[in-house]
Design a protein around this ligand. Structure first.
Ligand SMILES: Nc1nc2c(ncn2[C@@H]2O[C@H](COP(=O)(O)OP(=O)(O)OP(=O)(O)O)[C@@H](O)[C@H]2O)c(=O)[nH]1
Ligand SMILES: [Mg+2]
Ligand SMILES: [Zn+2]
Length: 291
């Protein structure tokens, strides 16, 4: 394993394209070359966890908070970021929220995404260290890839290499009767299904944590995420039941109270008045227990 990894030092971790030794980003897929350099240094193949979901569902906010809580040792976890670039996402999210703003949407261009490479251990459960790579993808790029597979090759490669997924769904939107979160979830899960299916009749083993985001708008989803999903996201629920062996539903939110204001174009915007993260670690803890 060590020598194989060392031989791959100039090959992108995500798409395996050979790059110039001094390349910072992969010339094929724009993933940071620091990922493979880190893996070679650790002498361990990292485990990729993908946070997926529609645009505006809350991926950046969720991932930023998750990484921040991990590095603050929440829930008996310890997390060590590898490389300063790994801290950028959590820093940006916490900075925005401390100024009572949400972070801007993630650009579709892959070279603008934040990638996090963390070593994580949970103290109660022995000493197994996980080397995790978690990119913050743009929802629009994901939607384009799902609609036209291979249009964003980096997403295709990332998902194919993922050992677990956190699928974020806009519970607030679903609770108002909008079918959009349900359809998007269904599309994403069938994309993942196509990617991992070996035989049609076999269920997929890859663990998927379905996180009902913005649950502060619909607190009932905290009481019973299963029932909420079965009622408001029935198409997604059915595909999970039929095709995936390892799925669990969770509810999460980061804000305790919201205010409303307007931006310079007089659009109504939400203002996070204070943060009260709830349900952020549970999906992650469950996912690690399944790896
Ligand atoms: N009420 C509430 N709103 C939230 C929460 N998390 C995110 N939001 C709202 O959702 C918006 C989008 O969050 P992002 O994290 O930027 O969404 P994203 O999935 O990264 O979107 P893309 O970058 O476009 O893919 C924020 O601007 C907030 O308005 C939450 O926990 N509660
Ligand atoms: Mg984003
Ligand atoms: Zn690449």
């Amino acid at each position: 394993m060590t020598t194989v990894l060392a031989e791959r030092i100039n090959h992108c971790l995500i798409c395996e394209a050979k790059n110039h030794p001094e390349a910072v980003l992969c010339s094929d897929c724009s993933a940071p070359m620091a990922l493979i350099q880190e893996a070679v240094q650790q002498e361990r193949e990292p485990c990729i966890i993908s946070v997926i979901g529609d645009s505006n569902v809350g991926k950046t906010v969720y991932l930023g908070f998750l990484l921040d809580m991990l590095s603050k040792r929440a829930g008996n976890f310890s997390a060590i970021p590898k490389g300063a670039y790994s801290v950028n996402l959590q820093q940006a999210v916490i900075n925005y929220l401390s100024r009572r703003m949400f972070p801007p949407k993630t650009p579709s261009e892959v070279d603008q995404w934040n990638w996090a490479y963390y070593q994580v251990v949970r103290h109660q459960r022995g000493t197994r260290w996980f080397d995790l790579v978690m990119p913050d993808m743009a929802g629009e790029a994901l939607a384009a890839e799902v609609d036209t597979p291979h249009s964003f090759q980096v997403i295709h490669n990332l998902l194919a290499k993922s050992e677990g997924c956190i699928l974020l769904i806009d519970a607030a939107m679903a609770s108002t009767g909008s079918p959009q979160p349900d359809f998007f979830g269904l599309k994403l899960m069938s994309y993942v299904d196509d990617m991992f299916a070996v035989k049609r009749e076999d269920k997929i083993d890859v663990p998927v944590a379905v996180v009902l985001c913005k649950a502060d708008y619909c607190p009932e989803s905290f009481d019973n995420p299963h029932k909420f999903a079965q009622t408001n996201l029935n198409r997604l629920w059915n595909v999970c039941e039929a095709r995936f062996r390892n799925v669990e539903f969770f509810a999460a939110s980061v804000v305790g109270s919201l205010g409303y204001g307007s931006d310079e174009d007089n659009n109504v915007i939400t203002i996070p008045l204070h943060c009260a993260p709830r349900g952020i670690l549970e999906p992650f803890r469950w996912l690690l227990s399944r790896l």
